[in-house]
Design a protein. Sequence first.
Length: 434
Amino acid sequence: MTAFMTVLGIVVFVVGLLFSIAWHELGHLSTAKMFGIRVPQYMVGFGPTIFSRRRGETEYGVKAVPLGGYIRMIGMFPPGDDGALRKRSTSPFRGMIEDARAAAYEELQPGDEKRLFYTRAPWKRVIVMFAGPFMNLVLAVVIFMTVLMTFGINTPTTNVGSVSKCVIPASAKSDSCPKDAKDSPAKAAGLKAGDKVVAFDGQKVSEWGELQSRIRDTTGPATITVERDGERRTLRADLIENKVAKSDGRGGYVEGEFVTAGFLGFTPASGVVQQSFPQAVDRMGDMMESGVQALIALPSKIPDLWDAVFAGEERKKDSPMGVVGAARVGGEVFSLDIPPTQRVATMLFLVAGFNLSLFLFNMLPLLPLDGGHIAGALWESVRRAFAKVFRRPDPGPFDVAKLMPVAYVVAGVFICFTLLVLVADVINPVTLAG
């Protein structure tokens, strides 16, 4: 049964991956057609074509390798010096192997001269190239918000999970109590595992983050109102200063960092809690911020990734994962001994995280990514505006194809990184247990 659920989880993730790719390319396709650009092909996947069907002027299909997708637009780049008109794919993978000046001129059809991508106003080109990543962002936000507000998320609550026996700093290497250690204020006050804290110093509390903040801002006498066995009881505690783990401001902790603050001495129990709309928006913002930070920190993860592959070092839990690694985690999710609703919620979070990563990565202003084409169109607007202000001749379209040497370098780095992650995902994968 476990093996079946693991395979099912992998299949579900792959389906989610394919939908995300198709959704991304649909953004490019719909806006390109809206602006009258001819799109001969819309494909999900790479390699041999498994299925395709032509509708109007566009061929729609699915290919064998589900690691990306593309649409083919006519006239992605301006003509070369020889006057030949070229085509170009929106996909970074296909872009690696297409030369900006080597696409076949004969693939153009009569009338295409007025339907070329590069002839559209820069703002229209920005919309076409931004539409793909934007679709991933929309999907990520919708999934995250839906899961947070319906399924809920596992989060610390105001319920008491365990009570510290004594006072020891959070930075201590062992949680064993020394012989001369004092009882924790929570233990001395009679707080017990299973209690639900409903008020602190007479003020109602309903969230762990709020309770945590009030505890840390307090030293000296305080009252704690708890629900126990269906009854409310008021306990009196004498909080003290202690070295505690630094809070991340959301009820969690910053690993390896400590501060001196008020200390009561209990660990909150976790539970699945539905989030209100403002709470969900706040968490969505946190996820966006974490995603940006993870993207910025990506180069610094390469040495650890290399060691995990070639030196047998332990794979860190925040190590970058590729499609293979994410699929394996998807398989683990469906084999976990948790309620089915939480399996579904966790899988949806995984797919949403993948879409958020697609958005952020594609917005990097580097060719052959969508952000590189956006940057080229914006630069063209700046050049033309500059020429207009100073009454100079229109410089014409910015030839993004001239940046293809840079694009090949970027693509080469990306391929190497992808291969490194792939090998790590196979021989030393990130696991939920880890």
